[in-house]
Design a protein around this ligand. Structure first.
Ligand code: GRF
Length: 198
């Protein structure tokens, strides 16, 4: 079976990466996890990659805080291309990607964000939704462009905000939805890849 070669980028705990890798292991996802990359040396996402036997690497990000040093982004492109990656899934990657990556993988980089975009881009989106008094929030998978949490929306899941929700309780409900939505979207892209239609 033709499997979509994917790369996963993350900076943190990697629960979405785990959901994707479990989807592959259980046969629900016709993907081949080629590489997991983190800009954080001791990020748990790299341990998860090791646990699943997926090649993984730390990418020194350089001197900026919210983006990769241009040389580092070029290096990332080389690593992903070298691994034969055709779809890049951002899973809690805390740096904004720029031309080297977006030109190398046009319409081939997706992200998951914990709000119903276009509402509440940026950090701690679930807290933003609570503070705004929303009744419903959720999560979004979207294509990545040069703006933060911005490109074309692929799919969303809604979470009702309960009267007694705390930021923590709301975030954990949204994460449960993320762990269903992200693998489901990637499964759909795998299907399109198999039909040579990605
Ligand atoms: C997720 O909530 C995702 O929406 C956001 O970053 C978080 C990553 O969580 N982009 P994890 O590292 O996958 O647990």
């Amino acid at each position: 079976m033709k499997r979509l070669p994917i790369g996963i980028l993350g900076s943190g705990k990697g629960s979405n990466a785990r959901a994707i890798l479990e989807g592959i292991r259980s046969g629900k996802l016709a993907a081949d996890a080629r590489l997991v990359v983190s800009d954080v040396l001791d990020a748990p996402i790299l341990d998860i990659a090791r646990e699943f036997g997926v090649p993984n690497a730390f990418l020194p990000p350089g001197r900026f805080r919210t983006r990769l040093e241009p040389e580092a982004e070029d290096q990332l492109v080389k690593m992903l291309r070298g691994a034969g990656v055709e779809l890049v899934a951002l899973a809690g990657f805390m740096r904004v990607l720029h031309e080297p990556m977006l030109n190398a993988f046009p319409r081939r980089v997706i992200n998951i964000h914990p709000s119903l975009l276009p509402k509440f881009p940026g950090l701690e989106a679930w807290k933003q939704a609570l503070a705004a008094g929303e009744k419903v929030t959720g999560c979004t998978v979207h294509y990545v462009d040069e703006k933060i949490d911005h490109g074309r929306i692929v799919a969303q899941r809604e979470a009702t905000i309960l009267p007694n929700d705390t930021p923590e309780s709301l975030h954990s409900r949204i994460q449960i939805l993320e762990h269903e939505l992200y693998p489901a979207v990637i499964a759909e892209l795998c299907e399109r890849y198999r039909e040579a239609n990605l």
